[in-house]
Write a protein that binds this ligand. Structure first.
Ligand code: PHE
Length: 339
């Protein structure tokens, strides 16, 4: 029996075979050693001590053989994994992060506008009534102020009668998440004398339900140039140069203006560019309204200016053939890693 067991243990090719052999010989219920043990009852009384000794010896022998086989298996495993480590294999590269496609677009736009002489500036995302509306010639009755179209910070205190300080601007009027980057025009003009030549890129917020083309937060690029004798022709050529650099078109790219209305520009236009055979709307623009120039202390008789605002997402989406704006903000790395 001991010899059989030794042979079985030695011949076990893997851990499963070894376990099967263990059950066969050493199994507590139906093992072959157990069967011999059970047979001990029939042995003559006189022979019992000798038989018992013999049984113990066999048991020990089998157990030792099993032990040896187990150790052999373990060291074989270790040897195997040592062999599996091929030092000549090239290392695995750590995955590098990359800039978000919108950040890449913004950097590129800043760079192009920088070459055209526009300095990039930033403004706060929480704005007061003056910068988001009043100074931009948007009167109190204007629908653009509708609470359904803006994220106002709540101001009513629980008591109702008294307005709490939180959420209200210096004028006591409610603060809001800016709905357009045109706010930055005001902030810059208030602080610098003409001429000004700036771009501002940043987030704006509108309570739109998210769908393929809307998201309650998106980015705008705003441009402003105020100087002596600035005209609509300057606006058009700056936009044309910008778009041509951005899309890297070799042939001439055309910019088209359609009459429109914005409270802070007069005249106002919607801007289209021809792109892959069709016209695509890229934003709004116009000549800065004299009321806006007056609001920041400029003299509209002395200087004129143009301003434009474009949606960053729309331009990036057209460029990369992204069809759903939500993909940009789901932050699935498999999607983002493509850019
Ligand atoms: N602020 C406008 C918008 O959000 C765009 C615009 C900017 C229009 C500057 C004219 C001049 O739609």
């Amino acid at each position: 029996l001991a010899a059989d067991a030794e042979k079985a243990f030695a011949g076990a090719a893997d851990a499963d075979a070894l376990e099967a052999a263990r059950v066969e010989f050493l199994g507590a219920k139906a093992g072959r050693l157990k069967a011999v043990q059970k047979g001990m009852g029939k042995v003559d009384k006189a022979d019992k001590p000798a038989a018992g000794q013999k049984l113990n010896a066999v048991k020990q022998q089998i157990e030792q053989a099993f032990e040896a086989a187990t150790q052999r298996g373990a060291s074989a495993d270790a040897g195997e994994s040592k062999d599996a480590f091929d030092v000549t294999l090239p290392g695995r590269r750590p995955r590098l992060g990359r800039l978000h496609p919108i950040t890449q677009t913004i950097d590129r736009m800043k760079e192009i506008m920088g070459r055209l002489g526009f300095t990039a500036v930033e403004g706060p995302e929480i704005e007061d009534d003056w910068h988001n509306f009043e100074a931009l010639n948007i009167p109190l009755s204007h629908p653009a102020r509708d609470p359904l179209d803006n994220f106002y910070l709540s101001v009513a205190s629980a008591a109702g009668a008294k307005r709490s300080d939180q959420g209200a601007g210096p004028d006591g009027k409610p603060l809001l998440l800016r709905s357009q980057t045109s706010t930055v025009q005001i902030r810059v003009m208030e602080q610098t004398a003409p001429p000004v030549r700036i771009v501002s890129l940043g987030r704006v917020y509108r309570p739109d339900t998210a769908d393929a083309t809307h998201y309650p937060m998106f980015h705008q690029i705003e441009g402003l140039l105020v100087d002596k004798g600035v005209t609509m022709a300057d606006l058009k050529s700056v936009l044309r140069m910008f778009c041509q650099s951005y899309y890297g078109e070799s042939e001439d790219l055309h910019v088209r203006f359609r009459p429109s209305f914005f409270p802070f520009t007069e005249p106002s236009v919607e801007v289209d560019i021809n792109w892959q055979g069709g016209w695509m709307e890229i934003g709004g623009a116009g000549m800065v309204d004299p009321n806006v120039l007056r609001a920041v202390g400029y003299d509209p008789e002395e200087v004129t200016g143009f301003a434009f605002g474009m949606g960053v997402e729309r331009i990036a989406m057209r460029q990369h053939n992204i069809t759903d704006i939500r993909d940009l903000y789901t932050n699935d790395v498999r999607f983002l890693a493509q850019f």
